[in-house]
Structure formats: structure tokens, C-alpha cells
Design a protein around this ligand. Structure first.
Ligand code: NDP
Length: 459
């Protein structure tokens, strides 16, 4: 073995040991946080090539600092239901990393929310926000509150109580939350109203995802779904493919899914299936998106109701089986770990060409392995769904300048950002010896910007 190669191997071994040590420490410190372990494992292993080359990151303890949130806030959220009964939920905000800007990340309301979920989301947010090229750090928050079946008044009382505590920890230059699962324009509106009352000031930049009439950015609602499709289209181009005339399956029927479907259809694809947590609908001739929008956005109904208007479509009770439908492009846009190795193998055997993650960590580590081993183009969440937070950063910029840009202007900037993220991820993968691997490329490209800022700022 040539001396150069020997040195390289030794450096890689040192980097691998360093990563294992950090991962071991995470498990010791936070033994009951499987989703956080999974996110850290996926990211840290792919950083080995960069740690082997830039050994100063180890000397500065960058990984140890990156995996430990700068601050974790956990709080009680008491509220009164419509029967006058007191209910208590748990609220979280994890302020993970502020090396390149104020903490930025959504708020999730879902019964599954716990410290592990919030930490995995906040950790991924560091890389994602960095990839956008915008000045935003990583954070995330939420509550185990279940908005399903609650009245509008109950939602408002809960949100006001949640914000009463959260307001002590956020601000336009400190931490800027947004929506996520279970948190849409209505919840953001109530949060902003309560924050304004408590502060006695109109600080528009404290939250993003606001209504366009009071400081929100046009195209924010569409941004995550559109951005995912823009990213996947770039990825497809590398194999001389495109969305045109392709069959697409999209899981979920919430904010991300609906606008991913819209953009895919605009680019000439046929979307044949989507879902909610109860089940999925399938129409081989293509779904009617207007019906899905009416049901899910206007009327907050179940996806099953689609059948009332389209009796020739099919409804299946188990949402996980959506991946058994043959398609060229699969866009998981619902939730974490919704696509496992078994589902990935079925997609592969049905000839899937590309998978783009609209949701956060929707594919298990094993599923990603199946895609890689079978040469399926794979767009990881941190890169593919970064359009939402990118436009949130554009909303902050508009708020600071007291301006609002047109839909077309924001959409054009979003497109440019997604093309850049793709380019930077491709380049980082090549530079560090893993051409074509966007998981590694996105992690490295996102990491370097944050790590360099941390080195420069000292401990
Ligand atoms: P929404 O609440 O608008 O929609 C979520 C959708 O996923 C709903 O259709 C929901 O169905 C479905 N779903 C939830 N849990 C499950 C489950 N266990 N199995 C199957 N389906 C499920 O959320 P968003 O669209 O905003 O978010 C979706 C994903 O995208 C999340 O992972 C989120 O973190 C991520 N994301 C969102 C961004 C945004 O801008 N909104 C930005 C970046 C990432 P049901 O109605 O039955 O609950």
C-alpha cells in the first residue's frame, strides 16, 4: 500500500472511532430517544470523509457540541376544554444550534411528540437550514396535544397557553418558530396574537407561516411541497429523466403532500395515490387534486371521503400499504419512519426510479440502504424538503425590510435555492469520494458551513 493511502486509511479510522465515541455518548446520555439516535447515526456516519480530511473539527470538539442542544425547554401547558375541565399537555422547544443564525424550526402538535422526536427534528434542522444558504440556526418545538376533534375555541385556548410560556424564549433575533404537523395558518395566527399581547409590540419576524395579510410571505404554504419537487426534478435531470408523464405516489394529504402533488402535476406527472393516517386512495387515471384540497384544506375531512365524489377510485384502510402501488417516483410526505425496508423492496421490485423525501426522516435507515443498493435516485429530507424553511427565511427578510414580494418572486427564489442545494450536495458528495450519494453530500454540505462558524466563534 502506498504511504499516502496508508495515511488516508489511518485518518479515516480515527474519524470513524471519533464518530462511534460520540454516538455512544448520545446513547448513554439519552437512552430513551430512538428517533434522535437514528437521526444522529445517519448524519454522523456520513461525516467520516470530511472529519478525516479536516481534522481540526475533532480538535474543536465539533461533533460533541453539535449533538448536544444549546438549550432544551420543557414546560407545562394547562388549558380548559369546552366542558370546563382542566387539561394538561407538555410543551417543548429545543434550541439546538445558533452558529449561523437565530434558532429556526417548526412547532408540531401530535400525540406522539416527546423529547426524542423534537430532538431528532431539531438536529436535522441544523443541517437543513445551513443548506438553504440563509442565516438561520437549528431548532424545533411542539406538544403532545392532539388537535384532532378539538373545537376552534379549544385550539385557541391551548395555543394561547402554549405561547404564554414559549414567548419567554423566542424573538425575531433569538428563535423563530413556524408550523409543522398539526400546526397550520390558524394555529400560527393564534400564536402570533398571543405573543403580540404579551410583548405589547408588533414583532412580525417572531414567527413564520403567518397569513399574507399580516406579515406572511406569499408562497410559504406551497414552499415545502414545491421545493421537494424542484429538488427531485434536478436529481432526475442527472439521469436525463423528468416528472413529465411519470406515475407518482405521494403519502399524506397535508401541507407538504398537497403542494408536492400540485407541482408534480404541473410538471406533467400523474399522481395516482395519497393518504392520511387512516388509509390511502388510489386512482390509476390520476387523482383529482381539487377534491383532495377541498376535503383536507377547506373541510378538514378524512381522505376516505374522496370516494363520495369519485366512486371509481379505490380506498384502502392501511396507510402503510400505499408503497405497494407501482410508480416511477415515490414522495413520502407524511411522517417519520413511514417507509421501511420491506416497503422499499416492494417499490424497487415495482421499478421505482426515484424517491424524494418531503417529510422529515420518512425512510428508515434500512430502507435508504435498499434504495442505494438498487441504484434508485434518492433525495434525502434535509435537502429535499428545505424549501419550507428557506421561504420562512425569506419571510423573515421581508419582515425586516417591511416589504412583501410577489408570489412569482418568492417562487423564483425558492427554485434557485433548491437548484443550489442540489448542486452543492452533488459537489460535496463528489469532493469527498461518494459521487451520486446525496445523503452524504447533503450532510457534508450542511455540516461544513455550521462547523466552520463554530470553529471561528470559539467555545
Ligand atoms: P400536516 O399536518 O399538514 O400533514 C401531515 C399528513 O401526514 C396528514 O395527511 C396526516 O394524516 C399524515 N400523517 C401523519 N401521521 C401519519 C402516520 N403516522 N401515518 C400516515 N400518515 C400520517 O403536516 P405537514 O404536511 O406540514 O408535514 C408533513 C411532514 O413534512 C412532517 O414530517 C414535517 O415535519 C415535514 N415538513 C414540513 C414542513 C412544512 O413546511 N410544513 C417543512 C419541512 C418538513 P392525518 O390527517 O390522518 O393525521
Amino acid at each position: 500500500m502506498a504511504i499516502q493511502e496508508k495515511i488516508k486509511t489511518t485518518e479515516t479510522q480515527v474519524a470513524e472511532k471519533y464518530v462511534e465515541k460520540v454516538l455512544e455518548k448520545i446513547k448513554q446520555r439519552s437512552p430513551h430517544e430512538p428517533e434522535f439516535h437514528q437521526a444522529a447515526e445517519e448524519a454522523l456516519h456520513s461525516l467520516v470523509p470530511v472529519l478525516a480530511k479536516k481534522t481540526e473539527y475533532m480538535e474543536h470538539g465539533i461533533l460533541e457540541r453539535l449533538v448536544e442542544p444549546e438549550r432544551v425547554i420543557s414546560f407545562q401547558v394547562p388549558w380548559t376544554d369546552d366542558h370546563g375541565k382542566v387539561q394538561v399537555n407538555r410543551g417543548f422547544r429545543v434550541q439546538f444550534n445558533s452558529a449561523i443564525g437565530p434558532y429556526k424550526g417548526g412547532i408540531r402538535f401530535h400525540p406522539s411528540v416527546n423529547s426524542s422526536i423534537v430532538k431528532f427534528l431539531g438536529f436535522e434542522q441544523i443541517f437543513k437550514n445551513s443548506l438553504t444558504g440563509q442565516p438561520i440556526g437549528g431548532g424545533k418545538g411542539g406538544s403532545d396535544f392532539d388537535p384532532k376533534g378539538k373545537s376552534d375555541q379549544e385550539i385557541m385556548r391551548f395555543v394561547q397557553s402554549f405561547m404564554t410560556e414559549l414567548s419567554k424564549h423566542i424573538g425575531p433575533d433569538i428563535d423563530v418558530p413556524a408550523g409543522d404537523i398539526g400546526v397550520g395558518p390558524r394555529e400560527i395566527g393564534y400564536m402570533f396574537g398571543q405573543y403580540k399581547k404579551l410583548r405589547g409590540a408588533y414583532e412580525a419576524g417572531v414567527l413564520t407561516g403567518k397569513g399574507p395579510g399580516y406579515g406572511g410571505s406569499l408562497a410559504r404554504t406551497e414552499a415545502t411541497g414545491y421545493g421537494t419537487v424542484y429538488f427531485v426534478e434536478e436529481m432526475l435531470k442527472t439521469k436525463a429523466l423528468s416528472f413529465a408523464r411519470k406515475t407518482v405516489v405521494v403519502s399524506g394529504s397535508g401541507n407538504v403532500s398537497i403542494f408536492a402533488m400540485e407541482k408534480a402535476i404541473q410538471l406533467g406527472a400523474k399522481v395516482v395515490a395519497c393518504s392520511d393516517s387512516d388509509g390511502y386512495i388510489y386512482d390509476e387515471n390520476g387523482l383529482n387534486l381539487e377534491t383532495v384540497k377541498r376535503l383536507k384544506i377547506d373541510r378538514n375531512e378524512r381522505i376516505k371521503q374522496y370516494m363520495d365524489e369519485h366512486p371509481n377510485a379505490y380506498y384502502f384502510d392501511n396507510c402503510h400499504n400505499i408503497w405497494s402501488i407501482p410508480c416511477d417516483i415515490a414522495l413520502p410526505c407524511a411522517t417519520q419512519n413511514e417507509l421501511d425496508a420491506k416497503a422499499a423492496a416492494v417499490l424497487v421490485s415495482n421499478g421505482v426510479a426515484a424517491v424524494g423525501e418531503g417529510a422529515n426522516m420518512p425512510s428508515t435507515l434500512d430502507a435508504i440502504e435498499v434504495f442505494r443498493n438498487n441504484d434508485v435516485l434518492f433525495a434525502p429530507a434535509k435537502a429535499a424538503n428545505a424549501g419550507g424553511v428557506a421561504v420562512s427565511a425569506l419571510e423573515m427578510a421581508q419582515n425586516s425590510a417591511r416589504l412583501s414580494w410577489s408570489f412569482e418572486e418568492v417562487d423564483a427564489r425558492l427554485y434557485e435555492i433548491m437548484v443550489n442545494i442540489h448542486e452543492n450536495s452533488v459537489k460535496a458528495a463528489e469532493d469527498f469520494g461518494h459521487p451520486g450519494n446525496l445523503v452524504i453530500g447533503a450532510n457534508i454540505a450542511g455540516f461544513i458551513r455550521v462547523a466552520d462558524a463554530m470553529v471561528m466563534q470559539g467555545v
